[in-house]
Design a protein around this ligand. Structure first.
Ligand code: SME
Length: 160
């Protein structure tokens, strides 16, 4: 990865996660790190698959909706398609779920273990088209680091 900002961000995430097997602790710090370092965002966090639905996980920002079915909203659509979604204007996205009226653009990246989607990393911005292809590449690398934090230890994610 060429982008120095995201290289640093991934290194910081790795350092925070290293040696800690608890998934909630790791995702909480990862969300806080994104909130601290990313410019022009109003929400960053995780939804995790639980009995076939996305359920709110650790995050930074305003309280958000608790459950999202696959196929619903940007997050559920990213899960159903099993691909990253970069939405330049959320108001143009059919079925977008507005947790914060201030959100204008959004990026959602699936998290996977053993080839299965176990959740998503979701970031919102009050600025339209905030997330560029370069951001997607950097956040994709960040998501790969985070996946390592999701299947370790007693409280690691249970593949269903
Ligand atoms: N906007 C998302 C819902 C989650 S919030 O952005 C935190 C969606 O449409 O899936």
């Amino acid at each position: 990865m060429k982008n120095e900002f995201y290289e640093m961000l991934c290194q910081e995430a790795e350092a925070l996660i290293q040696g800690e097997p608890n998934m909630v602790a790791n995702l909480a710090n990862a969300a806080a790190l994104l909130g601290e370092r990313m410019q022009k965002i109003n929400w960053a966090g995780f939804y995790l698959m639980d009995h076939g639905q996305l359920v709110l996980g650790p995050f930074w920002g305003k309280p958000a909706c608790l459950r999202i079915a696959p196929g619903r909203g940007v997050c559920g659509t990213a899960v159903q398609k099993n691909e990253n979604l970069r939405v330049e204007n959320v108001h143009d996205f059919p079925g977008h779920i507005a947790c914060d009226a201030a959100s204008a653009s959004e990026i959602v990246l699936p998290l996977r273990r053993q080839g299965r989607v176990i959740g998503v990393l979701d970031l919102d911005s009050p600025i339209a088209a905030r997330f560029t292809p370069e951001d997607e590449q950097g956040l994709d690398a960040f998501a790969r680091v985070i996946e390592e934090a999701c299947c370790n230890g007693v409280f690691g994610y249970d593949l269903q």
